[in-house]
Design a protein around this ligand. Structure first.
Ligand code: GLA
Length: 326
């Protein structure tokens, strides 16, 4: 913990999800890693309220984080906050979650208390996003930000909340993100609708979670396709872990392509700009490319063989350290 509680800086990274999309809120599997870009919050003690900049896009994050921390017993003192970052918003790299995690670490540090453990803190951030900012969200983004490690992704089992580090040895290949240019504002996208569809599928199947579903083909459309995506995506996460362990990067690329097809056709979260971006990556020689994050816009993730030049605008991403005080 920083030595000076009067001026604190906390950093939380954005994340890339290698594979395992729309599975977190279905008790499923994900394989994210923290990246080296993120949000830095500076907090300075002062007499008075907690004051911060009008947050672009969502001014409810700050009061929400303060209120939720106070609810857990953290006595957040008056402080002035500054927020800076190099994570583009609305591109599917989990900027809002990074903000919430960095705010939480900074506010706990000025309060001179240890922050909640990762799972509790991730839940707190999800509560801020859903109950204060109107955006339902799973634990994928805050857990990825909190558990990041250099050189490793993390396999998250959202049913047991077990986190297993996975070496991300790419044998000279590169992972890159390319913004589709279609901004993604989660609260206005179809994300919440997809979650409602999953809830309806649960009721009709009579199971507690889609992790328990073996086959959704008896369901009315489009619920049958939604369930098929979740089941097949969970399988692809473990196939990706196995491909990485075996150094089979071509197989990893094929899994990214299969994930994209499933998200486009079964889960229906793609948009034309994203399709064009995926095609641009494949045209540039990507071994695999897929829509990433909540969908309905945002960034595409692509895997390139060694020495293949990245397409214009693509940014190479590699696993970096998790959220921390600076
Ligand atoms: C958004 C949510 C995550 C997760 C992904 C889809 O990023 O915040 O919790 O559901 O979409 O995998």
């Amino acid at each position: 913990m920083s030595m000076n509680p009067h001026r604190i800086r906390a950093f939380a990274p954005g994340r890339v999800n290698l594979i395992g999309e729309h599975t977190d809120y279905n008790d499923g599997l994900c394989l994210p890693f923290a990246i080296d870009r993120g949000v830095t919050v500076t907090a300075e003690l002062h007499d008075g309220e907690v004051l911060g900049p009008g947050l672009a896009g969502d001014e409810r994050f700050l009061p929400g984080t303060v209120a939720e921390l106070r609810r857990t017993g953290v006595e957040v003192p008056g402080c002035m906050l500054e927020i800076a970052g190099d994570l583009p918003q609305g591109t599917g790299l989990a900027s809002s979650s990074a903000l919430c995690v960095a705010l939480s670490l900074a506010l706990c540090a000025v309060a001179e208390v240890e922050p909640p453990r990762p799972i509790r803190l991730a839940r707190l951030c999800a509560t801020v996003e859903s109950e204060w900012a109107g955006q339902q969200t799973g634990l994928l983004d805050p857990l990825a930000a909190l558990l990041g490690e250099e050189g490793r992704a993390v396999r998250l089992d959202m049913r047991t909340l077990e986190a297993s580090p996975v070496d991300l040895d790419l044998h000279g290949h590169a992972l890159a993100v390319l913004d589709s240019g279609a901004p993604r504002k989660l609260a206005e996208s179809g994300y919440n609708e997809r979650r409602d569809e999953c809830r309806r599928a649960l009721e009709l199947l009579g199971v507690e979670s889609l992790r328990d579903a073996e086959d959704g083909s008896s369901l009315p459309a489009p619920l049958d396709r939604r369930v098929r995506h979740v089941i097949s995506e969970n399988e692809r996460v473990d196939a990706a872990v196995a491909a990485l362990a075996a150094g089979e990067l071509r197989t990893l690329g094929e899994l990214l392509n299969a994930s994209h097809a499933s998200l486009r056709d079964d889960y229906e979260v793609s948009v034309p700009e994203v399709e064009r971006t995926v095609e641009a990556c494949r045209g540039a020689g990507a071994l695999g490319a897929r829509i990433m994050g909540g969908g309905f816009g945002g960034s595409v993730l692509a895997l390139f063989a060694p020495a293949v030049p990245l397409p214009d605008g693509a940014v190479a991403v590699r696993p970096g350290r998790g959220a921390r005080l600076l």
